[in-house]
Design a protein around this ligand. Structure first.
Ligand SMILES: Nc1ncnc2c1ncn2[C@@H]1O[C@H](COP(=O)(O)OP(=O)(O)OP(=O)(O)O)[C@@H](O)[C@H]1O
Ligand SMILES: O=P(O)(O)OC[C@H]1O[C@H](OP(=O)(O)OP(=O)(O)O)[C@H](O)[C@@H]1O
Ligand SMILES: [Mg+2]
Length: 285
């Protein structure tokens, strides 16, 4: 039987969340220590644990059908890979930073500067788009140290919280791109694997949707229900059930996590009581 071949990062920033996502999709993997290849127990899937930086090549060659990688890597490798789903974790940006002592006023200040980076193509394309020349120094890690040791005038690297920049006396001056983990698909995907990929993508969508919503239950006097329903439209419309106490009802609905606290405040103001909030494991639309 055909198996979907998926590449995951062996270790690093994407590893744990990638495995958690598959687990939440109901896919269980026997993870032996230092195993480079594993088979899922309850989904036709083979998992390859690889270096993030190597995965685009495996996708291009069709050695794997799909992979979880950082979106920024697709741009860096300049390749034609389809992003099937954005996965909402490992959010970061690729930015240019200079020492705090550098008197930066605009991008022209980077003309003919030395830039240290692990992302040479992204940097080169960005500088070109600005009509600027630069001398690139390619290093594989700890890029933020480069200006402090006299290797470069600026850096181009990943920024998330900004704490590595801060600790190294650097200031972010230009954001080249935003990135997050994505489910990327090989351009050589065979039709026999496509059905499995659709099934995986459907499960991922249900999990991600569930993660972004909360299930809300509350009690309210019947004369307040109309206003509460306005605040809590839910997936189709909220469920309203009578309480044992006359004149009261229970309302069940879902709320987007991003506006959750604002909605709760509004519900309280409109007479809601005994509000319960539960996580949603999966949400199938
Ligand atoms: N500090 C961070 N916060 C959020 N996401 C990050 C951060 N650093 C990197 N990422 C994202 O995670 C991906 C993997 O980064 P990581 O540093 O673990 O591996 P790598 O050095 O790119 O790869 P390899 O597996 O080849 O060693 C990056 O491509 C980027 O998309
Ligand atoms: O803005 P922050 O939250 O500080 O994160 C940014 C840092 O995280 C990444 O490094 P990582 O820890 O992956 O080490 P690496 O350089 O060895 O890849 C990236 O290269 C930055 O150095
Ligand atoms: Mg890193």
């Amino acid at each position: 039987m055909k198996k979907l071949k998926i590449a995951l990062q062996k270790s690093g920033r994407l590893h744990d969340e990638s495995l958690r996502l598959l687990k939440d999709c109901g896919i269980s993997i026997d993870n032996g220590r230092d195993q480079l290849k594993a088979t899922a127990k309850n989904f036709p899937m083979e998992i390859y644990y690889l270096r993030n930086g190597d995965i685009p090549k495996y996708l291009m060659d069709g050695v794997v059908d799909c992979a979880i990688i950082g979106e920024n890597l697709i741009v860096e490798k300049g390749i034609d890979i389809i992003v099937k789903e954005k996965l909402g974790f490992s959010k970061c940006r690729v930015s240019i930073a200079v020492p705090r002592s550098f008197e930066y006023s605009d991008i022209q200040d980077l003309q003919n500067k030395r830039i240290a980076t692990s992302y040479p193509e992204t940097t080169r394309k960005f500088m070109e788009s600005q009509g600027l020349e630069a001398e690139l120094h390619i290093i594989n890690g700890s890029v933020e140290i480069a200006p402090n040791i006299g290797l470069s005038d600026a850096i181009c690297d990943i920024v998330s919280s900004g704490s590595t920049l801060f600790k190294n006396n650097l200031q972010e001056v230009a954001v080249i791109m935003e990135s997050e983990a994505v489910l990327a698909v090989s351009p050589k995907l065979e039709s026999s694997a496509d059905k499995l990929l659709q099934q995986l993508a459907f499960r991922i969508q249900s999990v991600l949707k569930g993660r972004s919503y909360r299930y809300v239950l509350l009690n309210a006097p019947n004369n307040k229900i109309e206003a509460i329903v306005e605040i809590l439209p839910g997936m189709k419309s909220p469920t309203i059930l009578p309480l044992a106490e006359a004149g009261w009802s229970s309302v069940h609905s879902v709320v987007n996590r991003d506006v959750f606290w604002e909605v709760i405040e509004e519900l309280k103001q409109h007479g809601a009581e005994g509000i319960l909030v539960c996580p949603i494991e999966k949400m199938v639309l």
